[in-house]
Design a protein around this ligand. Structure first.
Ligand code: C2E
Ligand code: CA
Ligand code: CA
Length: 762
């Protein structure tokens, strides 16, 4: 419209202007033409008077006429041929009257035919004043009225004495001229006052009208006593010389402008139609282009919106992504009052990797999507929920009244996730760990809150998963300590100065002698003092430092073992170490470098490694066994493994976790479990070692049950290398365990065992 309207308007304006100019020109030219015709007509009418006199002069100022009129009787033939008839034929004079000196008519010609002289009497009254005037004023010559146009063509010569007028004669407009008949020269004498008069009449509505119409190319010229000019006609009033209105000459004037207009108007119409057509076409094509443009813009907007959505949403779940979450949280925090409680939840699926590994990535995607939907169903519209990536989600709870609300929601989330996920006809079980940071207690900055929720999440995971933890300042402290430990452990590994290996003897039940030593790492921190492995091994595992640490331990153990060639050296391997593909080669390399005997080296692995059920760890174990190394399953009974794994992984030894040993004599199920484990392992031909033996009763029970080896404070704590040498050398292999007899422990086959144990026995 912004383009079309001005163009259309200016075109219309230009056309209108052109039309106005044309009409103006047409009118102008019509007016000029009409005016010209009027003028010409008027002039012709006026001229006829002078013309009449000039015609008269030809016969009235002539010696011959004077002589002819002196004859008695008059020669009618001559008069016809030279005056009356002649003037009629030659000039179209309608009437001629010849009067003698007494003003009596002597010759009358009407319409070219001789008429009776009495005819003059009918018109005498109209001429009387004219005749008297001429007779009275001998000097009167030419025109009596100054307003008459003076035209060279109609000037009579000096000898002519006449008077001419326009007047109404018998109801008709007429030009009348009276002239004295005088000799042309002085050859003939003429007594003044004795002259004959020639009176000529030319009616203006008869042949004169036709002649005028032909001469001036005026169509439809007529005379009327009243102005009856119709549409498109003009009327010119005709007045007598006295000023009396005689009548009107009326005609349809020639209108050249109108004629031109009539001629060119079809062309103009065609041009207008063409212009309008072009304009219409232009408008249409413009409209089409505009529609296309509008469509393109709409599409562009849509794709922009889509791109915007993609940029801020997770494709898999359709939930906001991290960027949008950050933005929303910032906004919520900015909008909330300083005391308004708000909770930031970080969620991480447990065992998600297991779902991906066993059921495939598609199943993993399904679980994530379904999890997102379940979360969405649990929350209110005002809460913010986002997928941060992988199996990580985040939630912001607003409008909460306090801790209780958050705990209720967390419990609901845990519940919802415990329900099995249906994926491709199979069921997947996952859990979720949740870390919570509460504002304003834990802070009011997004980054701070998210970091703290992360710490709480870490805590939840570290404390057994499938749980929620709300951030406390202690956790932060723990985190700080952890990161410090990480740094210092890294440094300690470079020098190796503060790290030491201790060795705990393993005792043969039957022979009552030391059969092996378990290498246990110690960190003698320069400022913190002795740090227990339980405090830094998990950190080493998280940070990947466990690999160099584990290799350091193996090297030291192998070197030391050469001093005790009869004993087996047990070295702990973390499941994290198995993640590097070349673990077996590296271990084999270290052992061979130190020159230790692989058959005397035992690797302790944990159940979680078997739980992963990966081909990688299985092949590593296989290679190690092929090299002659022994494999012991550490902390047996604490994980979720089952004995069926043992067959697949082919271990040499089971180490019953010390938690079972500790409760022997207190809890009947421990007795049952230990008895069952021992008998099963013996049936499978595995060696059984009991850990954490602290009392004689425990020792007695275990040896009676059929345990092969024992390890515990009852025999010895972990000792530095020199003390082990002392122990072995000084006391010989005389570590007798002579204690008091252990009372027989009744073996109850209670089915009240812990779920862990039950699972283990499954
Ligand atoms: P673990 O492999 O189960 O090692 C046995 C732990 O039980 C040792 O604790 C040992 O001192 C303790 N212990 C032995 N007898 C008794 C007893 O009668 N009663 C009690 N209450 N405890 C007893 P430590 O040395 O603190 O090691 C703790 C854990 O640290 C180890 O548990 C092991 O999992 C890990 N660890 C230690 N050294 C290494 C290592 O070099 N590499 C790896 N990967 N892990 C290590
Ligand atoms: Ca161990
Ligand atoms: Ca153990």
């Amino acid at each position: 419209m912004r383009v079309l309207l001005p163009v259309a308007a200016s075109t219309a304006a230009a056309l209108a202007l052109a039309a106005l100019a044309l009409l103006w020109a047409v009118r102008q030219s019509d007016e000029i033409s009409t005016e010209r015709q009027q003028r010409t007509t008027e002039r012709s009418i006026r001229a006829i008077v002078g013309e009449l006199a000039k015609q008269q002069e030809m016969v009235a100022v002539w010696n011959e006429t004077v002589l002819e009129l002196r004859k008695v009787p008059l020669d009618e033939k001559w008069l016809d041929a030279n005056i009356g008839r002649w003037l009629h034929v030659t000039f179209g004079q309608d009437r001629t009257y010849i009067l003698n000196a007494r003003n009596e008519p002597v010759d009358v010609t009407i319409d070219g035919a001789r008429a009776a002289t009495e005819e003059f009497e009918k018109v005498r009254p109209s001429f009387e004043w004219l005749i008297q005037g001429l007779r009275g004023d001998a000097q009167s010559s030419h025109y009596g009225h100054s307003e008459r146009p003076v035209d060279e063509n109609y000037l009579t010569s000096g000898r002519a004495v006449h008077d001419a007028h326009l007047l109404e004669l018998q109801g008709r407009p007429a030009a009348v001229s009276a002239m004295k008949i005088v000799p042309e020269n002085d050859d003939i004498a003429q007594e003044p006052g004795s002259e004959f008069l020639l009176v000529s009449v030319r009616f203006l509505d008869g042949s004169f009208l036709r002649q005028l119409s032909q001469q001036n190319l005026i169509e439809g010229l007529r005379f009327s006593q009243v102005n009856e000019a119709g549409g498109g006609e003009v009327g010119v009033p005709l007045r007598s010389d006295e000023g009396n209105l005689i009548g009107y000459f009326i005609w349809r004037p020639e209108l050249p402008g109108t004629t031109i207009l009539r001629v060119i108007s079809p062309s103009i119409a065609v041009v207008c139609v063409l212009i309008i057509g072009v304009m219409t076409l232009l408008a249409r094509s413009l409209r089409r282009s505009m529609a296309k443009l509008r469509k393109a813009i709409a599409e562009l907007r849509a794709s922009e919106a889509q791109a915007h959505h993609l940029a801020f949403h997770d494709v898999l779940t359709g939930l906001p992504n991290r960027a949008l979450f950050d933005d929303n949280l910032d906004r919520t925090l900015a909008g909330a009052g300083p005391e308004e409680p708000l909770a930031v939840l970080m969620l991480d699926l447990d065992r998600f990797k297991h779902v991906n590994d066993t059921l495939g990535h598609h199943a993993g995607d399904c679980v994530v999507r379904e999890f997102g939907q379940r979360l969405f169903g649990l929350l209110r519209g005002s809460d913010i929920i986002a997928r941060l990536g992988g199996d990580e989600f985040a939630i912001v709870l607003t409008g909460i009244t306090g801790r209780d609300d958050v705990e209720t929601i967390c419990a609901r989330i845990l519940d919802a996730v415990r329900q099995p996920f249906d994926v491709a006809g199979r069921q997947a079980f996952v859990g979720v760990s949740i870390g919570v940071a509460l504002a304003p207690d834990a802070g009011s900055e997004r980054i701070d809150l998210m970091r703290k929720a992360d710490i709480a999440l870490y805590q939840a995971k570290a404390e057994g998963r499938d749980a929620y933890r709300i951030f406390t300042a202690v956790m932060d402290e723990t985190v700080k300590v952890r990161s410090m430990i990480e740094e210092e452990l890294r440094a300690a590994l470079v020098t190796g100065n503060d790290l030491r290996l201790f060795y705990q003897p393993q005792v043969d039940v039957g022979g009552q002698s030391i059969t092996g030593l378990e290498a246990l790492v110690r960190w003698n921190h320069p400022t913190r003092g002795m740090i227990a492995p339980n405090q830094f091994i998990p950190i080493a595992e998280e940070t990947g430092l466990i690999s160099p640490l584990g290799e350091w331990v193996l090297r030291q153990a192998c070197l030391a073992s050469k001093r005790w060639p009869d004993l087996t050296i047990a070295v702990n391997l973390s499941p994290v170490q198995f993640r590097s593909g070349d673990l077996a080669q590296r271990l084999i390399g270290i052992v061979s470098e130190t020159g230790a005997d692989p058959r005397r080296v035992e690797f302790e692995i944990t159940e979680s490694l078997l739980l992963d059920d990966s081909d990688l760890s299985r092949s590593v174990l296989k290679m190690l066994r092929q090299e002659g190394f022994k494999i012991a399953l550490d902390d047996f009974g604490t994980g979720y493994s089952s004995l069926s794994y043992l067959r697949r992984f082919e271990v040499d030894k089971i180490k019953i976790d010390r938690s079972f040993v500790r409760h022997l004599g207190e809890q009947n199920e421990s007795v049952a479990i230990v008895t069952a484990i021992v008998s099963l392992c013996r049936a499978m031909g595995l060696t059984v070692t009991a850990e954490g033996v602290e009392t004689e009763d425990q020792k007695t029970f275990l040896s009676q049950t059929g345990c092969n080896e024992m390890q515990g404070f009852l025999f010895s704590r972990a000792l530095p290398e020199e003390q082990i040498t002392d122990l072995l050398g000084g006391l010989g292999n005389m570590l007798s365990v002579q204690g008091t007899a252990m009372p027989a422990l009744s073996v109850s086959h209670s089915d009240q065992g812990t779920s862990r144990a039950r699972k283990a026995l499954a």
